[in-house]
Design a protein around this ligand. Structure first.
Ligand code: S5P
Length: 268
């Protein structure tokens, strides 16, 4: 199966190399799952990626929540992710002015050196995307920025007018890989997809096979419904890493996401 056949207009209209890399990985793995690897020890992270690596397409990290982080072990962890054919996505949620965001891609964690994707808020204006892209250029790499257009948590301030502004500005920027949409509310996602159009990708946290409320205001919707509503990747954390059997759960999410994509293509 070729990526172009599976992704159709999303493939044709999106020329950002990292976006095409994602679409190809997803087809190779038959999975639209990005694992939110929210474990706070390096051993826990290795255990997780070794268990679920075959069933996911991307690995999302929060590098600053790891208690025993060292650059050596982190580099090894990223190498392991690459062996499993995964994109590495640091969910740093950058929000500062462009020049500072560029510098924050360096520093102790040196995110620019190992992350293929990062998240950013557009609250400080579109130069943040240039800042992040410059940071990758500084080390001879390229990457993609996912802008937060919606959030999954209750009471968040990313209201429809703000979302429209993010989509309008972000859609025009070639360094924008796509948008974070709210996976817990398929009806909001449908609106987001219609304003984004066919080009940019939408990735969605707030999904779980057990729909309902999560910890501290997190909300969950059904993964298949999110893909049918226009999501191109489901970001799943506790649904996989807190389960007794992360591998079989990851497989279940992979199947749900992949079959929903095929159904979407058949005009559902
Ligand atoms: O709106 C958002 C945006 C993000 S990136 N809501 C989210 O939950 N996230 C991230 O997705 C969050 O930082 C976490 O890493 C993951 C969801 O994890 P789960 O355990 O709730 O599935």
């Amino acid at each position: 199966m070729q990526a172009e056949d599976v992704w159709g207009r999303r493939w044709i209209e999106n020329s950002l190399p990292m976006a095409r890399s994602y679409m190809e990985v997803a087809v190779r793995k038959k999975s639209l799952v990005c694992l939110a690897a929210d474990r706070n020890t390096m051993d826990g992270l290795f255990e997780l990626v070794n268990a679920v690596g075959p069933y996911i397409a991307a690995l999302k990290t929060h590098v600053d929540l790891v208690d025993d982080w060292t650059s050596e072990r982190w580099n090894e962890f990223c190498r392991t992710a690459k062996e499993f054919d995964l994109l590495v996505f640091e969910d740093r949620k950058f929000a500062d002015i462009g020049g500072i965001s560029r510098k924050q891609m360096a520093g102790v964690y040196n995110i620019r050196q190992w992350a293929d994707l990062v998240t950013a808020h557009l609250i400080s204006g579109p130069d943040i995307v240039d800042g992040l892209q410059s940071a990758w250029s500084d080390v001879g790499r390229s990457g993609g920025v996912l802008l937060l257009a919606q959030m999954s948590s209750r009471g968040n301030l990313l209201l429809p007018d703000y979302t429209s502004e993010v989509v309008e500005k972000g859609s025009q920027h070639p360094g924008v890989f796509g948008f974070i949409g709210n996976g817990s509310r398929p009806e909001e996602l449908k609106l987001l997809r219609s304003s984004v159009g066919q080009e940019k990708l939408i990735w969605t946290p707030g999904v779980n096979l057990a729909v309902g409320d999560g910890e501290m205001g997190q909300r969950y919707g059904d993964p298949g419904a999110a893909v049918l509503a226009g999501s191109d990747c489901i970001i799943v954390g506790s649904g996989i890493h807190k389960s007794n059997d992360p591998a079989s759960q990851a497989q279940a999410y992979a199947e749900a996401s992949w079959s929903a994509l095929l159904e979407r293509n058949n005009g559902a």
